[in-house]
Write a protein that binds this ligand. Structure first.
Ligand code: HAM
Length: 427
């Protein structure tokens, strides 16, 4: 046998047993977002490398070491998107979607980061992202968080904690940066190599270090709060007041800086302790400077992204598995070639008459016994039997697979009506 080729490390197949949970999550999110007036946008998975360098920031883990970047046949440097915000902004600019108008958008799909794979952290993973453009006030920040809180309710997820921080404006960060760099220099001996380098190039990134040896030095670092101006302070206060009024509990975490450089003012993460080290299931914030950085007019913006794999893991952990809606209600057992052909035609007629019917037809022949075994495994409650006798007298046998009830013989012409009655009963 030829040697098998395996999937790429950190990139996973999502198998038919798992897709019902994915679909349940995707459909729930989509219906909640529709209720708030968010519209879907779809952008390419590949973008020019420059887009991510300019938006996420040159001195970030993502751009420095995690991007899947390659030259295509024309010599252009392309990158598999590590996140969705940059592409969304690019598309909006390219199509004039945010020129003098507000937009509420969402997207979903695979993202790619060459991280060290572990539980909850993959090299291909999926996000559902939400972005709002053209709204500068704390009201839209509040709406974003209310959307996420409603999502958890709709998904029946409990125990998630909202962490909140503000990163101020670029000017406020510059003033904070001086104090932070002075502190880091004084503590240079306690920093790891990465942080010593970043202390000079992008000191806020040091606060985002995941190295446990750095936890203490980060905990003692000065915070940005003291450097906030009046407007940033008022923005943050209005948001926290709004959350309190809406009854959404939160924790202010002054160390929350996020791994991407485009944020300003509000940042937030929803975290759980049920998933081990990778406990952030949703993260985002305001990024008022990004549109301009990518060549647009100054446009306030805010957004977040859900980590789909992590939410799926939480849903699976929380309770009994989501119903598999592809499970047939009825399985058609067919004996002989003539019945096989007749059966497929009959099945089409049934699907036509009963639009909600889920019917699987046995294909590929097999003995009665083998076909009934397949019927049983399919999860169907009924077997519809078409053998030689039925063909000869124009009937179909209805057999109950999950309860002891006598088989019925029904005229083929009456089968749809009878099935409708039975399944209506079952519902
Ligand atoms: P992010 O924090 O890099 O933000 O990613 C958002 C979420 O995606 C994370 O909280 C996590 O749940 C999930 N995630 C990230 N990396 C991985 C991975 N390697 N494996 C599994 N899940 C992962 C962003 O990407 C921003 N674009 C969010 C945003 C939208 N901010 C404003 N608008």
């Amino acid at each position: 046998m030829a040697k098998r080729i395996q999937a790429i490390r950190g990139m996973h197949d999502i198998l038919p047993d798992q897709t019902p949970t994915w679909q349940h999550l995707e459909e729930t999110v989509r219906s909640v977002l529709e209720r708030y007036g968010y519209r879907e946008i779809r952008t390419p998975i590949l973008e020019m490398t420059e887009l991510f360098k300019r938006s996420i920031g040159e001195v970030t883990d993502i751009v420095e070491k995690e991007m899947y970047t390659f030259e295509d046949r024309n010599g252009d440097s392309l990158t598999l998107r590590p996140e969705g915000t940059a592409g969304c902004v690019r598309a909006c600019l390219e199509h004039g979607l945010i020129h003098n108008q507000a937009q509420r958008l969402w997207y979903r799909g695979p993202m790619f980061r060459h991280e060290r794979p572990q539980k909850g952290r993959y090299r291909q993973f999926h996000q559902i992202g939400v972005e709002a453009f053209g709204m500068a006030g704390p009201d839209i920040d509040l709406e974003m968080i209310l959307v996420t809180a409603r999502l958890w309710r709709a998904l029946e997820l409990e125990g998630l904690e909202l962490q909140l921080n503000t990163l101020g404006t670029p000017e406020e960060r510059r003033s904070y940066r001086e104090e932070l760099v002075a502190y880091l220099r004084r503590n240079a001996a306690r920093l790891d190599e990465d942080s010593r380098r970043r202390m000079e190039t992008n000191p806020l990134r040091v606060l985002d270090s995941k190295n446990p040896d750095m936890a203490e030095v980060i905990a003692d670092a000065p915070t940005l709060m003291a450097h906030l101006g009046e407007a940033s302070r008022a923005h943050f206060e209005a948001l926290t007041e709004g959350l309190a009024e809406a009854g959404v509990p939160f924790v202010v975490n002054p160390r929350l800086v996020r791994g991407l450089d485009y944020y300003s003012r509000t940042v937030f993460e929803w975290v759980t302790d049920r998933l081990g080290a990778q406990g952030t299931v949703c993260a985002g914030g305001r990024y008022d400077g990004l549109v301009e950085q990518l060549g647009g007019r100054p446009t306030p913006a805010v957004g977040f992204a859900l980590g789909v794999e992590r939410l799926v893991a939480l849903i699976e952990e929380a309770g009994p598995s989501v119903e598999d809606r592809t499970r047939p209600q009825a399985y058609m057992v067919l004996m002989g070639e003539a019945a096989a052909q007749r059966g497929l035609v009959l099945a089409e007629r049934l699907r036509e008459r009963l639009p909600a019917l889920k019917l699987q037809v046995n294909c590929g022949g097999g003995s009665f016994k083998a076909q009934f075994r397949k019927a049983d495994r399919s999860g169907a409650v009924l077997a519809l039997v078409l053998g030689e006798d039925e063909l000869a007298n124009g009937t179909v046998g209805i057999k109950w697979l999950r309860e002891s009830r006598e088989q019925e013989q029904v005229d083929q012409a009456r089968l749809a009506d009878r099935l409708g009655e039975i399944l209506g009963e079952a519902r």
